[in-house]
Design a protein around this ligand. Structure first.
Ligand code: ZN
Ligand code: CU
Length: 484
């Protein structure tokens, strides 16, 4: 039977937290043609498929504002580590690195190598990457960004100096290609060796094409330790001079001497938000994870190996123990483990909570889908915010938690028709149990699906139901709607 009261999918009896921070309300949610067709009392209606959401929360699908899923979307298109958390959309191309464009042939520097498909699998244009995504498609929607480090490695033969004006112009042309293909922004990672020599002027010169589209300038800032405030100021300056919105990635303060400095940086961010468009994200953990560094300064404190191509048998081991066993320094041990990624136990819980609770902060996992011992944020970020931080610690109401991973994020990235349970919106929906939702993945056992996620719907198609991936892959590439 078809007609106005018959739907593709009916989610019955749940409590809607709609992603706008409005208080929860009881309602059925109906889906037709990939969109939310009705929200309200829908008794008497029928549907091809029904999900009983009695006692459950019905929320917009979560948007992961910061990921490194670029290559995994192609190689593991079911993306179980995201779908099982209730994530229906991922933002890629962060920290200066993206799966495209890449120069074929040449060996890639870390951390870009983390996204390398190797030999024939590289995308030489941004459009080729988006075409490959659309041909698959993966199980989640993708909001793609391009990395400045990619552009540098294509254009420059020596990465240890600033770009010349000609090289900056060549990078601008590559950025234009990416934006025309659908990139919603460009990220930089001046913290990392391949982009550390890029001056503020270089970043401004390369970023110019962002302004016409109000595309995002996204920064893994130059320093998240002793000189974090300076690096925040540099990001503001770039945004002001280019004339485009800026996003501070995974805001944090590393090393004990800097604990507590989030009070000052958040105050400064709040102040600057009155003058220019600034947003930020963070992940709910006190350990960070990235490439295994090679300099003593960044190899301080407790470090465990997340992945190592040279020594996969040492994944999960402590760097100091490895160095001791080999009778070498930590720097030398790190050199022998390359290419490798690591977990750095470097932050203060009070800073993490303060940043997460800061009103404009979005939730972003920063998960790195590489190796068998990834940081637990890859599988646990969103349930951890809902369970540990909202329910158990009471850092903010559940309505705020959901907003920080849906409505707020859709607004920052200009994703029209996403991020809210509203008639007419695309049907990205996550059903979860507020009483039991929790992250299971931890540092000892990092590959584990969360508990309490009942159903995940992507563009109207059920991708996850009662702990089982349906293998549906209904994601789309989302391009930015210009905000003027
Ligand atoms: Zn980063
Ligand atoms: Cu990142």
């Amino acid at each position: 039977m078809t007609g106005t009261n018959h739907y593709d999918l009916l989610i019955r009896g749940g409590t809607v937290i709609d992603g706008t921070r409005r208080p929860r309300f009881a309602a059925d949610v109906a889906v037709r043609g990939g969109r939310i067709a009705a929200v309200g009392d829908l008794r008497g209606c029928t549907a091809a498929q029904t999900i009983d959401a009695t006692g459950r929360i019905v929320a917009p699908g979560f948007i992961d504002s910061h990921t490194h899923d670029d290559q995994a979307l192609i190689s593991e298109p079911d993306v179980p580590f995201k779908i099982s958390q209730g994530v229906t959309t991922v933002v890629t191309g962060n920290c200066g690195i993206s799966a495209a464009p890449l120069r074929p042939g040449a060996e890639l520097p870390m951390p870009l190598k983390l996204l390398d498909a190797g030999g024939g699998g590289r995308f030489t244009t941004f459009r080729a990457y988006l075409d490959a995504l659309e041909a698959l498609p993966p199980a989640v929607n993708v909001v793609p960004m391009v990395g400045h480090t990619n552009l540098r490695t294509i254009v420059m033969d020596d990465l240890d100096r600033p770009a010349t004006p000609d090289e900056a112009a060549a990078m601008r042309a590559l950025l234009e290609e990416a934006l025309a293909a659908g990139a919603v922004g460009m990220s930089t990672g001046t913290y990392y060796p391949p982009a550390a020599a890029a001056t503020t002027d270089e970043v401004i010169a390369v970023s110019r094409p962002l302004a016409a589209r109000r595309a995002l300038y996204v920064a893994h800032i130059r320093n998240e330790a002793d000189r974090c405030m300076e690096a925040v100021e540099e990001t503001f300056q770039i945004g002001r001079e280019v004339g485009t919105p800026v996003l501070l990635s995974h805001h944090k303060h590393m090393r004990q001497a800097n604990f507590g400095k989030s009070v000052a940086t958040l105050r400064r961010i709040e102040e600057e938000m009155r003058c220019q468009c600034v947003s930020l994200d963070c992940y709910p953990y006190t350990a960070s994870s990235t490439m295994l560094h090679l300099d003593e300064e960044r190899l301080q404190g407790r470090i465990t190996i997340a992945s190592s191509e040279a020594h996969p048998e040492l994944q999960g081991k402590d760097l100091q123990d490895i160095a001791d066993a080999w009778g070498v320094s930590r720097v030398e041990a790190s050199r022998r483990l390359q290419p490798a990624s690591a977990i750095y136990y470097s932050m203060d819980e009070a800073d993490v909570q303060r940043i997460l609770a800061f009103e404009p902060t979005m939730v972003g996992s920063d998960g790195i889908p590489t190796g068998e011992r990834p940081h637990p944020r890859l599988w646990g970020t969103f349930p951890r915010v809902l369970g540990r931080y909202s329910r158990d610690i009471g850092l903010f109401p559940l309505e705020t938690a959901v907003w920080k991973m849906t409505g707020l994020t859709a607004q920052v990235f200009g994703l029209e028709g996403r991020g809210a349970i509203t008639e007419g919106h695309r049907a990205d929906i996550t059903v979860f149990d507020a009483q039991t939702v929790r992250d299971v993945a931890d540092y000892d056992n990092p590959v584990a699906p969360a508990e309490g996620i009942d159903a995940v719907v992507v563009n109207g198609v059920v991708a996850y139901l009662h702990g089982t991936h349906t293998r549906a892959r209904s994601g789309q590439v989302l391009r930015r709607t210009p905000v003027l």
